[in-house]
Design a protein around this ligand. Sequence first.
Ligand code: ZN
Length: 493
Amino acid sequence: MNPKFHLASSNLNFYPRSQVIHEGVEYGLAQTDNEPRLAVLADSNNPALAAFTGETSPLQNRTLCLCPLNAHNAAALRAQLPWLQPRPLGLATSAGLGDRLGLATPGHVRAVRAVGGGIAPIFAQQSMREMARTGRNPQLVMDNATWGTFQEGWQDGVGADADHLKVPADIDICLAAGFTFFTIDPGEHVDNRAETADLNLLRELAEKLPAEVGPGASGLLGKDFVIEGLSIHFDEATLLKAAVKYGKAVAHVAMMYRHLEQAAGPRPFELEVSVDETEQPTSHSEHAYIASELKRLGVRWVSLAPRYIGRFEKGVDYIGTVAAFESDLAGHAEIARHFGPYKLSLHSGSDKFSIYPAAMRQTRGLVHLKTAGTSYLEALRTIAAVNVDLFREIYIFARQRYETDKLSYHVSAKLERAPQPEVVSDWPGLLEQFDAREILHVTFGSVLTEKTTDQKWRFYDRFMDLLRANPEAYANNLEKHFIRHLQPFLLAE
Ligand SMILES: [Zn+2]
């Protein structure tokens, strides 16, 4: 304990890593009777005190303010402690550890710290879709991550990913909440007819493209790119297929980028482009087309998520041949080095243990790993260990929801292959069964928002109370799980 830390004499029960002195003001996160609160101690006339709202009392000739963990105080804390403010991460090897519950950041911080801090972390990250599913909003996602980062004393910097943004209004709300990493998803503007269209149809569809990406605008016709081991030739069919498939998406990204640039003003931000949720893989020539066109239209981006070959299903390992993935990825990485450099992003990146080494090798560290739902599964693992009855209830409900909830995800689990609840004896072990794992993964929104006939939460309160009552167990599960995710992304010494 720091002898100069006067808060220590307050008899408050502090999270040890949260205690910090900055510009003469002491801060700490304290566990009070029924909730954690922020403690701020300073001379009474210190302007930093006025930034916070809470109960004040005298302590050793100073003023102690005990503050509830609300949005106002989270913003004030970010303003006072600059390392809590999200910032662009640039080309550093990075990982986004999304949290759908608002309780996972402490475990995430511990995992990043455990591997030596060589990976730039994003703790605030949620897509608009997942927020809608759980009744959360960008400010809440940001603030939950702030409190967790503060609790664990992480001062080495954080990014914040506003994930899968589709319209300009998404940008505005996330910018206001303090996000700095904007993932633009133009997936709805990808035209899959290009995959099967003949040259005549391609010509016809190309005529209908927006003018700024219309035929001829790219200047790519007849061009050759020889990039390291890769050679790409844009004959008419190759170019038209790429333009028809991705032209509208490119125009959409450019529109979103201009909106972001204007809305952000002087505030720094970085952009990711993600087309990972499309039907068909992104070919190398299509990737080159996207990058060349985005550059031509003045877009600057730090990472890009093509749709890779094979299957990236939620919460399970890569499905496909790892060697084939690696050689496909090698081409994407060459393109990213040539047109950027920018990072390749691995969406649905959780639990893809078999491909992490290849991803690191081929990108040479220019890679961003994105995970989210796997932290929810670790919450379920925590629940399974302390309250099997609740976990069983959730599993039975998840099975009922699966056929509906799976529709907006890439999953191949089959209900009939997942163990019937009556025969399960090892409940935590259920999380290792492929089908059960996917079923539990994609039904999180229903589990967290289901209400009983008298309008009470069916699971949410019990779920969250249990995690709050067992924070160390949850953090330990997360730490263990994410060390496995992060270790393969450390640069070799
Ligand atoms: Zn994604």
